[in-house]
Design a protein around this ligand. Structure first.
Ligand code: DX5
Ligand code: ZN
Length: 217
């Protein structure tokens, strides 16, 4: 699998959103990571359908929605016509995982499940790992950009990669939070093939985002 970098929109200059998206359009093979927060599942509030609609019209990249919300089923319906590529919900937020995954598969090309840093892999039964397209391991406690990477996620990543190989599962492994040029190499070696990065990419002083993307790659 090739490595996908998914820059997190959370760290862009929102007063310059269109220009920021144009800068990202100069780079190939990205996903665009969209952190949807509802101020209930996490103590922060971001953006929803109207902003996503505008982002979709101004980007060439696949949209990667990360739902940090207590009611992912509601947002599944609300976002269904926006042309999102991937829809990832948090395992901790849902009770009827199988039902939601089946529903999402009829609505989105790619369906992901996400685990908080402290949620063990053992909560997800193998038959559901066989149904999803992506597993997102959080490497910070969700809610904010610019936090410090939690290194313990690497053990979880190695274990998940092992389960993937043993069962011939096809899901991508995405890691999100505190990713930079220091830890990206370890994550890729340990089995990650999709890395989200916000602060590291968008803090490039000359807005040369390609240079940061290349360093992670
Ligand atoms: C955190 C979000 C992340 C975050 C990543 O709750 O899910 O996507 O924006 O940003 P950095 O790379 O700054 O940790
Ligand atoms: Zn995210």
């Amino acid at each position: 699998m090739s490595i996908i970098i998914s820059p997190s929109l959370l760290s862009v200059d929102f007063l310059e959103l269109k220009t920021e998206l144009e800068r990202l359009n100069q780079i190939d093979d990205l996903w665009l990571h969209l952190d949807i927060m509802d101020a209930h599942f996490v103590p922060n509030l971001t953006f929803g359908e109207p902003v996503l609609r505008n982002v979709k019209s101004a980007t060439k990249h696949k949209l990667d929605a990360h739902l940090m919300v207590t009611d992912p089923d509601f947002f599944a319906d609300s976002f269904k016509d926006l042309g999102l590529h991937n829809f990832t919900f948090h395992w901790e937020a849902e009770v009827h995982h199988d039902r939601l995954i089946e529903k999402l598969k009829t609505m989105y090309p790619s369906v992901g499940i996400s685990l908080n840093p402290s949620t063990p892999l053992s909560v997800i039964p193998n038959y559901l790992l066989g149904k999803v397209d992506l597993v997102l391991l959080m490497s910070v406690n969700p809610g904010f950009g610019g936090q410090k990477f939690i290194p313990e996620v690497i053990d979880k990543l190695i274990e998940l990669d092992k389960i993937r190989h043993e069962n011939n599962f096809k899901f991508q492994i995405q890691v999100d939070g505190g990713i930079n040029e220091q830890n990206a190499g370890y994550l890729i070696q340990a089995g990650a093939n999709n890395l989200v990065a916000g602060n590291y990419i968008f803090s490039e002083p000359n807005k040369d985002y390609l240079s940061r993307v290349n360093k992670i790659r």
